[in-house]
Design a protein around this ligand. Sequence first.
Ligand code: PMP
Length: 354
Amino acid sequence: MSPDVRSDLDAIPAYVPGASVPGAVKLASNETTAGPLPSVAAAIADAAAAANRYPDITSRALVERLADFLDVGAENVTAGCGSVALCQQLVQAVCAPGDEVIFGWRSFEAYPIISRIAHAVPVSIPNRADGSLDLDAIAGAVTDRTRLIFVCTPNNPTGPAVPRAELRAFLDRVPERVTVALDEAYVEYVRGDDDDKVDGVAEVMARRNVVSLRTFSKAYGLAGLRVGYLVGPVDLVVPVAKMVVPFSVSSLAQSAAIACLEAGDELRARTDAVVVERSRVRDALLDMGHAVPDTQANFVWLPLAEAASDFDAHCRDHRVVTRCFAGDGVRVTIGDRDENDRFLAAAREFVSRM
Ligand code: PMP
């Protein structure tokens, strides 16, 4: 007889990561193409030399550096093993079994998984036709059992960011007992009118029920090291920090993240280059007839519906790995110019076949 395990395991979807194919260009996981900056690599090497010791359990130096950087109190920040771990800690901190977690769909794949793991009920609200979150419908779906709402801005995988006025009107509607998590994994890529842009940290400081989740995996290029952070009111930061698996932010990750914060200008140049390429790739895809939504992140979304799997397989035949959401669309990370050209050549050939 095998041991008893949870009876609801089949209801927990698997997280499907972007594939890596040797020799192919990987545009499947919204990573950066370039490796860590030399100063960051040096900090990682220094930390590796002391890897016989456990890391600082509270990531104190990193938290204090982040607090300075964001102009908030250190008590408003906690670090985690990637922002996905902080998403999970947040669900565990606010939800009892049967409580509801609302999010737009399609959005970050982990939301339904971590909700189910915590015995909470995921409630997904369809996005608008242009790939943006339907915040009206999300606010309208709040019930007595709702504990948490994830607002992913810019939204993975569709790309649009929520405009500031729209977010504020939404936050005004959501009862204060419900926590709103602004998942800002791609915030460093947002451009445009300052009055329109959401700064999650400013929203956090103006409210009692809002947190911002950010990561070093994307613009900072540390996906392999696993480090992210949450900014929020103390009444949420303390419960979230309590849910952490002890020592889950490695000493290498803590040191690398601090070094990244010291290298702001160099990293800004990298995100600027992605933004330029993002416009070029999106314009080329629009010319090919793809209805690519506006994107403020380091990826584009092709709403290919039933053709998504064929397109993804075609790109893979051309040694370009994209991320397929079968029956819905394909998400393609913005890489460097050569990588993007390889992808665009494959996309052009796909169109010419249709
Ligand atoms: N939020 C969003 C919207 C994401 O796309 C991702 C990564 N794909 C994460 C959070 C988690 O990132 P990480 O755990 O690497 O910090």
